[in-house]
Design a protein around this ligand. Structure first.
Ligand code: CA
Ligand code: CA
Length: 230
């Protein structure tokens, strides 16, 4: 599996299970969620009926209706048995847990799923930007980018062929990305620069999404495309 398509896989895998229950889901949602189905539907790309189904599956995996970081990392590691996915999973978790409570509730889970599966292109790009902006200050620094790229390689593991890139190779990759995306050359990538570069590239090569590609022996890890495709 491609490194980044895993984000969506892990998230949606939770929603595919246990959709055959006969319970009154509206009652279940109302009992556990702080907001109404209508409210959630108005803020996502899902209908109230779809939200009921997703909630039923979510509850099946997470009876308490919240996911803690350890559980999330465990789910993620399942997809990458050859590497160590914990660091990368931690970065993803931080985007989901945007209010930094240490756990993800159903609403946060649903919002991310909605963006990643049905969101507008700019919505998806903002989500990806947040993934790289580790300290959430609105700017991606070379160190942040390097940390995320390294975590992706760590997740893929040392059993890949060819072997994971060296520290120097990763640094060179980061420098190349900054050359393309840091449009005003101030040493950081803003959301505006990020979005513009992605959309521009997307137009020029006819593909939806591009960016932050790190080539690894011909096997590219195309950060946004894997999220944007499909
Ligand atoms: Ca930052
Ligand atoms: Ca800049």
């Amino acid at each position: 599996m491609n490194a980044l398509s895993s984000i969506r896989s892990v998230i949606t895998s939770l929603s595919r299970k246990g959709s055959d229950g006969g319970e009154d889901d509206m009652a279940v949602v109302n009992r556990y969620a702080p907001v109404s189905l209508q409210d959630l539907a108005s803020r996502t790309h899902y209908s109230p009926q779809e939200i009921q189904l997703i909630y039923r599956a979510f509850k099946n995996d997470c009876p308490t209706a919240i996911i803690y970081e350890d559980k999330f990392k465990e789910l993620y590691s399942y997809y990458f048995p050859l590497g160590d996915a914990r660091t990368f999973a931690g970065y993803i978790f931080s985007v989901l847990d945007h209010d930094r409570t240490g756990c993800i509730n159903f609403e946060q889970f649903l919002m991310a799923m909605s963006i990643l599966t049905r969101g507008e292109l700019t919505e998806k790009l903002r989500w990806i930007f947040n993934l790289y902006d580790l300290n959430a200050d609105g700017r991606i620094t070379p160190d942040e980018l390097k940390a995320v790229v390294s975590a992706v390689h760590e997740m893929l593991g040392n059993h890949t062929t060819p072997l994971p890139p060296s520290e120097d190779t990763i640094k060179a990759q980061v420098a190349r990305i900054f050359q393309k995306m840091d449009r005003n050359g101030d040493g950081v990538i803003t959301l505006d620069e990020f979005t513009k570069s992605c959309l521009e590239k997307s137009k020029s090569n006819g593909k939806r999404g591009f960016m932050l590609t790190t080539s690894h022996g011909g096997r590219g890890i195309n950060i946004s495309q894997t999220v944007l495709d499909g």
